[in-house]
Write a protein that binds this ligand. Structure first.
Ligand SMILES: O=C(O)C1=C[C@@H](OP(=O)(O)O)[C@@H](O)[C@H](O)C1
Ligand SMILES: C=C(OP(=O)(O)O)C(=O)O
Length: 413
């Protein structure tokens, strides 16, 4: 299936019901599974990534296919390691290329047994869950914070708790912070000093919980507001006082004339001023999921950029560096990779691309479709391949775009 995405509008006004955060939802599902008497969770995400984890946790099977969901893969691996039994976890072809060795080694040191069913260090895996005994573990933090979050969530429930000494340049720290803050919300005490996190053995205290709206999903609406000449968009249930690290984009978007105001029922984006930076320099180490949003925005706004902190983009749903280079080249923008973890653009367009209507490939990556579609507002015409890829995090995205008069034409043959 393909969608042709276009709009004649230059002004955007609307109220959008954002999806709930899949990062928060998946943490709360695991924490609830570790509680003795869990309360129901309100506003749980309806994304694929949350649905697969929920299905696995509530199933009576011992084999799980978590599709493309990184958090489900990593969180479930740690959770099942402490549940006595034999478990198999697999995922999509891409998941089989996303490493899990660091987490599996750590769990093995705590007493679990993990076998690789195909390739050493990668899913699918077989887990022999058992009673785990905590200790001090040294862990490379530069590949994925999800390994650390997965271990932290089970830490209070294993004998003697757990101490993690993080090595290397720790990526996505804002997500580690999110994990610990949510654990604290469920009664857990911990100590985090520089690169050492200590979680003593203790019980989670169940309580009522409502999941926040998703700041990563909000970024596409900020992008839309930035590309519009003017307008106001209310992002319902979104909070500026948020647990999610991606809230930081509210500040980044001010350079593109988008202001954020906290209202009773959400965050109001206000676009009044058509401004943009001469060049954009940003570090995405804490916010890797925002790289596609800003690369697409800068090309549409003709803003040269230099982005860093992108080393982990190659092991996400797709190699996002390669995907951005390939697809933005279809609009005539040649992005370079000055060194590993960097992406840059000099602001020049190749005129050979002018007047063409490219087919934007999405590479099984929701954020490719989510970040490219807003470019219709800047007059970029395109077809989007496999548009339902958005269900990984934002199932109602296309319906929401129609609310602000985007035309979404289905080209299913
Ligand atoms: O813990 C989480 O919820 C996430 C952590 C990040 O992954 P990495 O830690 O692998 O960078 C992020 O990219 C992902 O979308 C969600
Ligand atoms: C990287 C992402 O997800 P995950 O790693 O959980 O698959 C994402 O949602 O952008």
């Amino acid at each position: 299936m393909k969608y042709i995405v276009s709009t004649q509008n230059k002004t955007v006004n609307g109220n959008i019901d954002l999806p709930a955060s899949k990062s928060i939802s998946n943490r709360v599902l695991i924490i609830n599974a570790l509680c003795y008497n869990p309360y129901p969770v309100h506003n749980l995400s309806d994304s694929d990534d949350t649905c697969v984890l929920k299905k696995a946790l509530f199933s009576n099977q011992n084999k799980f296919d978590i599709g493309h969901a990184g958090t489900a893969m990593r969180f479930l691996t740690a959770f099942l390691s402490k549940i006595v039994g034999e478990w198999e976890v697999t995922g999509s072809q891409r998941m089989k290329q996303r490493p899990i060795g660091i987490l599996a080694n750590a769990l093995t040191q705590l007493g679990a047994k993990i076998e690789y069913l195909e390739k050493e260090g990668f899913p699918p895996i077989k887990i022999y869950g058992s009673h785990l005994k905590g200790k001090t573990l040294e862990l490379d933090g530069s590949i994925s914070s999800q390994y650390i979050s997965a271990l932290l969530m089970i830490a209070p429930t294993i004998e003697n708790g757990l101490t993690l000494k993080l090595k290397g340049e720790v990526t996505s720290q804002s997500y580690i912070d999110l994990t610990l803050k949510l654990m604290a919300r469920f009664g857990i005490q911990y100590n985090w000093n520089k690169n050492i996190i200590h979680v003593p053995e203790q019980n989670y205290l169940p309580g009522e919980f409502t999941v926040e709206a998703d700041w990563s999903g909000a970024s596409y609406w900020y992008q839309i507001a930035a590309l519009a000449e003017k307008g106001e968009v209310l992002l319902k249930n979104l909070q500026l006082d948020s647990l999610q690290g991606d809230v930081t984009i509210a500040g980044w978007f001010e350079q593109f004339g988008v202001k954020s105001e906290q209202k009773k029922d959400g965050v109001l984006l206000i676009k009044t001023e058509n401004i943009k930076p001469e060049k954009l320099t940003l570090d995405f180490l804490e916010n890797p999921d925002m790289a596609q949003t800003f690369a697409c925005l800068c090309v549409a706004q003709k803003v040269p950029f230099h982005f860093s902190g992108l080393k982990t983009l190659k092991i996400k749903e797709t190699d996002r560096i390669f995907a951005l280079q390939n697809e933005l080249a279809k609009f005539g923008a040649a992005l370079t990779e000055p060194s590993d973890g960097e992406l840059a653009w000099d602001g020049n367009f190749d005129s050979a691309a002018e007047g063409k209507i490219p087919l934007i490939k999405t590479y099984h990556d929701h954020r490719m479709a989510l970040a490219f579609a807003p470019l219709a507002l800047a007059g970029f015409k395109m077809e989007i391949d496999d548009p339902m890829v958005v269900t990984k995090s934002y199932p109602s995205f296309w319906e929401d775009l129609k609310k602000i008069d985007f035309q979404i034409e289905n080209m299913t043959s």
